[in-house]
Design a protein around this ligand. Structure first.
Ligand code: SAM
Ligand code: SF4
Length: 327
């Protein structure tokens, strides 16, 4: 019996797209403490026995590929702090039916890892860099070193892990940095995505919250934006170009009602299958992994069927941070 309630079409009868995308968090741990994502002390450390092994994750993805999943993203926490992440990349890249394998990272450990990840079969990376000012970066990440993340970004481009997307969470302090970010996109073939801060936990909205629409107005004041085609593996972002830019700018905003186009499932590091970022409901798939493919396949199908396509209906105060769910 499924843990997921039956789904409902709550978007006025619109037809939803195919669910073909799986995000896997491989660890809750992180080498940064971004202040909108993690408490200063980090999250409770799970033991090795509590998190899925690479072998279990690979088995899950093999079954998911048979259920229509063709694109996989490895995330965290910070995926590169888990030992031998490259081995998981190689195992997932070898699965029939997985045509796009990506990784989301803060980039701190990427400079040394990028070449090996590309050689193991990773297609592309998203790198989160919220500030190009070393002091503001250190403050937002509670101690992170901007130079390490930028070296990671350069290494990703050099290794051909493209299209390289850079995630930037929108906070009011970003306005003073827009010229610098736009210069980056002018000279490098990057896809910069500004992400509206999402209410994943039930805590108060931070004082420096800023909407995606306001950010767009700020950008429009500086350059002439025109809609641009989405790069490979595009998710819920709207993309724009401006004259002379080598890359593009994107905006991810809850106001865009992207739920109706949601195409994804999520697997947490401790083996819980989720069908919405905001859902309280999740299914423990660890025991199913022991039982064989058909029960696991049925669980994945139930998760897809149970998608509600509206974050407001899924949202309940829940215990997990973004780092635990995988962003
Ligand atoms: N550690 C990796 C990184 O930072 O890229 C991967 C995990 S992180 C949870 C994935 C993405 O989620 C990052 O781009 C981060 O900025 C974003 N994120 C975290 N908390 C968020 C929130 N409350 N709202 C919007 N984005 C958030
Ligand atoms: Fe770590 Fe990524 Fe969360 Fe920052 S956003 S604390 S880098 S998991």
């Amino acid at each position: 019996m499924s843990d997921f309630a039956a789904g409902h079409d709550l978007n006025g009868g619109r037809v939803h797209g195919v669910v073909d995308y799986l995000r896997i968090s491989i660890t809750d741990r992180c080498n940064l403490r971004c202040r909108y994502c993690m408490p200063p002390e980090g999250v409770e450390r799970k033991g090795h026995d509590d998190i899925l092994t690479y072998e279990e994750i690979t088995r899950f993805v093999r079954t998911a590929a048979g259920q229509g999943i063709s694109r996989v993203r490895i995330t965290g926490g910070e995926p590169l702090v888990r030992r031998r992440c490259v081995d998981l990349v190689a195992a997932l890249a070898a699965i029939d039916g997985i045509g796009d394998l990506a990784l989301t990272t803060n980039g701190i450990l990427l400079a040394d890892a990028a070449g090996g990840l590309a050689a193991a079969g990773l297609d592309r990376v998203n790198i989160s860099i919220d500030s190009l000012d070393a002091g503001r970066y250190a403050s937002l990440t509670r101690g992170g070193e901007l130079a390490a993340a930028v070296n990671g970004l350069e290494a990703a481009l050099a290794a051909g892990l493209e299209p390289v997307k850079v995630n930037v969470v929108i906070l009011t302090g970003l306005v003073a940095e827009l010229d610098g970010f736009m210069e980056l996109v002018r000279v490098k073939p990057l896809h910069l995505r500004f992400i509206e801060l999402m209410p994943v936990n039930s805590g108060p909205v931070p004082e420096d919250f800023m909407s995606g629409e306001r950010l767009l107005r700020e950008l429009g004041r500086r350059v002439e934006l025109s809609p641009a085609p989405a790069p490979a593996g595009a998710g819920p972002a709207r993309y724009f170009s401006f004259p002379g830019a080598a890359g593009t700018l994107g905006l991810i905003s809850l106001g865009d009602h992207f739920c109706s186009r949601c195409n994804r499932l999520r697997l947490t590091a401790d083996g819980r299958l989720r069908n919405c970022l905001f859902a309280e409901q999740e299914m423990d798939i660890r025991s199913l992994l022991e039982e064989g493919t058909s029960r696991l396949a049925a669980a994945i199908a139930a998760a897809v069927d149970g998608k509600r396509y509206d974050w407001r209906l899924c949202r309940r105060p829940h215990r997990r941070t973004m780092a635990q769910i995988g962003g």
